[in-house]
Ligand binder design. Structure first.
Ligand code: G3P
Length: 220
């Protein structure tokens, strides 16, 4: 299972990388804005900085265009930035067409804003490298985000699709655990839920006791 971090902030990317568990990064226009990146040239340079930081891990960079020709134009530009850039494309009709064309050109894609198994099936048929089902946003509107992951996993296994399931819109550590149990290939998480996997009160209490007992034995 791969761990990606869902952020455009270099400090957060470096912190996750320092733990030795980081396989890649996902971004989107909202995360780029949150990281304070303004202007097209700065955005492209920032994608390159992220790509250098996590190479050879994949970095998803999203297109803004919503028409076929525009998506292709942006995707080809993004793909030239670094070999580990994956172009993120929304699941709309022109996006689907573009995913097929880009697959034929050898450009890898991450099909985003997936909220139903049917959307994931279409993206896989078109040849997407990844599909990004948004778990948290479904939970937010009282739908079961995890069941989307399990439905997609069954469908992809039935037909041997190579498209990887990238569980996205992660809100808390149980989203990561449940995605792992269901066999998601990748989870992309903000830093906080990722770090929350590490902590357990019994670990803290147990470590404190070991250290106290060691001190008693050594220092009397
Ligand atoms: O990778 C997609 C993700 O960024 C969406 O997350 O928290 O905005 O629903 P969120």
């Amino acid at each position: 299972m791969k761990f990606f971090i869902d952020t455009a902030r270099l400090d957060e990317i470096r912190e996750a990388k320092s733990l030795g568990i980081l396989d890649g990064v996902t971004t989107n226009p909202s995360l780029m804005a949150k990281a304070g990146i303004k202007g097209r040239e700065n955005m492209l340079a920032h994608y390159q900085a992220i790509a250098r930081e996590v190479a050879p891990g994949d970095v998803s960079a999203e297109v803004i265009a919503t028409d076929y020709e525009g998506i292709l134009r942006e995707a080809r530009e993004l793909a030239t930035l670094a070999p580990n850039i994956v172009v993120k494309i929304p699941i709309i009709a022109d996006g689907l067409k573009a995913i097929r064309t880009l697959k034929d050109e050898g450009i890898r894609t991450n099909c985003t804003l997936i909220f139903s198994p049917g959307q994931a099936l279409l993206a896989a048929k078109a040849g997407a490298t990844y599909v990004s089902p948004f778990i948290g946003r479904l939970d937010d509107i009282s739908h079961d985000g995890m069941s989307l992951i399990s439905d997609i996993a069954v469908i992809f296994a039935n037909y041997g699709f190579e498209t990887q399931i990238l569980a996205a819109s992660i809100r808390h550590p149980m989203h990561i655990i449940e995605s792992a149990k269901l066999g998601a290939d990748v989870v992309t998480s903000p830093l906080k839920p990722l770090m929350a996997l590490l902590h357990h009160p019994l670990t803290d209490r147990g470590l404190q006791k070991f250290l106290e007992d060691y001190r008693k034995a050594v220092e009397g």
